[in-house]
Design a protein around this ligand. Structure first.
Ligand code: GLY
Ligand code: MN
Ligand code: MN
Length: 439
């Protein structure tokens, strides 16, 4: 499932509208990364570059020049090369860049040193995100210095460098109907994978075997890559927030926390479920689980347009703290414990993040120092948890080593919200019933 090329052109046009006259925007593609010796990591395009181009090739540069007579949107990319393509697959080349990818103009990347200084010359402002790609930063400085070297012949080097992120990342925060379609599909694939993981889980299996079930389902449904390294943590491993070793044996009496989501056409999904390895929650596991589930419900209830970004977090913290008091993991008045952030001993992360092309997607959480007001088209996660480290000796032993998180992807609609990842159960009875249908 891929977005139409016209959607990328629409975005370029929208960004061009935001640029001041007599300016230029320059975005390099992501560099390819060596894994070891002569092997590379699977290539993943830079999200900003992909958002504006739909192009997955390395060695490409996107240039926007508002008002340029021969075309405002230019793609520098590799030239067609049958010998290279025999080994490495088809290249887009200049013709396709214009005909299929709907760029106004395209040049071979090998010619960029000759062409880009000419495009930069005389521009008042350069939109470029400095410091993200050292090698490209140096190239750009060389092109600028090339122009500086010609001032006595009347050349004008650009005077202003402005980060592109602000406008671009605000655009990326609001998802279009086409983007929502892809994100809904990614969410459904990930939900299916979590359902299968619950059905396959048995005591004595290894965490990586469950990871294999998840990745297998992503691939089976056409999502080639996970959006981030999958976390498959049994027992106390669930208390390590970024646990990715995934190599321990699953014990009968433990919970298993899985945080895994696929990427589809460079859009992420992000789901966490926590369930008993044996298929049946113990009483303490269920008691804590119900608190996290209630906190998630409370957070989703206030994930509404017109509320602000922190409302869901505040709702989750309140429910979690109340639950910790009820279960005697904390003592005192709920409001005072919230004020003192006493819950942080067991809940040390925030309740969510924007979701889009990057799993922790771009977009400001505060505007003018205030929490951002939520609006239709925004997508974010709601993911409260409780983590009772085995080392915490201040709580009853029965709680120690239990880690729980429940995470869903939520789309804000005009009238409320839609949980995109509802295809995988999270109520205790529903999980236990599903796990009886072993695979
Ligand atoms: N999987 C990363 C996160 O939940 O934020
Ligand atoms: Mn998340
Ligand atoms: Mn996650």
């Amino acid at each position: 499932m891929k977005l139409a090329k016209s959607e990328y052109r629409k975005r370029r046009k929208a960004l061009l509208q935001h640029m001041v006259p007599n300016s230029i925007a320059i975005l390099p593609s992501a560099p390819s990364k060596k894994r070891n010796r002569d092997t590379e990591f699977a290539y993943r395009q830079d999200s900003d570059f992909y958002y504006l181009s739909g192009v997955s090739e390395a060695d490409a540069v996107l240039v926007l020049v508002p008002g340029r007579e021969h075309g405002e949107a230019i793609l520098f990319c590799k030239e067609k090369d049958p010998e290279f393509e025999r080994w490495n697959g088809e290249l887009i080349g200049q013709e396709q860049a214009v005909a299929d990818y709907l760029f106004d103009d395209s040049f071979p990347i090998a010619d960029i040193d000759d062409i880009l200084p000419g495009l930069l010359e005389g521009k008042r402002r350069v939109y470029y995100s400095m410091g993200l790609d050292e090698k490209f930063d140096r190239h750009l400085m060389e092109w600028i210095n090339q122009i500086r070297g010609k001032v006595r012949s009347g050349a004008h080097p650009p005077g202003e460098f402005v980060a592109l992120e602000h406008t671009l990342h605000d655009m990326r925060l609001y998802k279009s109907p086409a983007e929502i379609k892809v994100m809904r599909k990614a969410a459904q694939i990930s939900a299916d994978a979590h359902v299968l993981a619950m059905q396959h889980c048995r005591p004595g299996m290894y965490e990586y075997q469950i990871e294999g079930v998840l990745l297998g389902e992503f691939l089976r449904q056409g999502a080639r890559f996970p959006a981030y390294s999958s976390i498959v943590g049994g027992g106390a491993n669930a208390c390590v927030l970024h646990y990715v070793e995934n190599n321990a044996k699953l014990n009968k009496g433990d919970l298993l926390l899985i945080d895994a989501g696929c990427e589809l056409d460079n859009y992420a999904s992000d789901i966490t479920r926590t369930f008993p390895v044996s298929g049946k929650f113990s009483a303490p596991q269920q008691a804590l689980y119900e608190v996290v589930l209630a906190a998630q419900a409370a957070a989703i209830d206030v994930a509404l347009p017109g509320n602000h970004w922190n409302h869901p977090h505040e709702a989750a913290v309140k429910t979690l703290t109340q639950g910790l008091v009820d279960l005697k993991l904390l003592n005192g008045s709920v409001s005072e414990l919230i004020e003192k952030e006493a819950y942080r001993a067991f809940y040390m992360h925030r309740t969510g993040h924007w979701l889009g092309m990057d799993v922790h997607d771009v977009g400001d959480y505060k505007v003018g120092g205030q929490w951002r007001v939520l609006e239709a088209g925004m997508v974010f996660t709601v993911e409260p948890g409780l983590y009772i480290s085995p080392e915490v000796t201040t709580v009853d032993e029965k709680w120690r080593g239990i880690g729980i998180r429940i995470e869903d992807d939520v789309l804000l609609t005009r009238s409320g919200n839609e949980v995109l990842t509802g295809g995988v159960p999270k109520a205790v009875a529903d999980i236990e019933a599903l796990m009886k249908t072993h695979k």
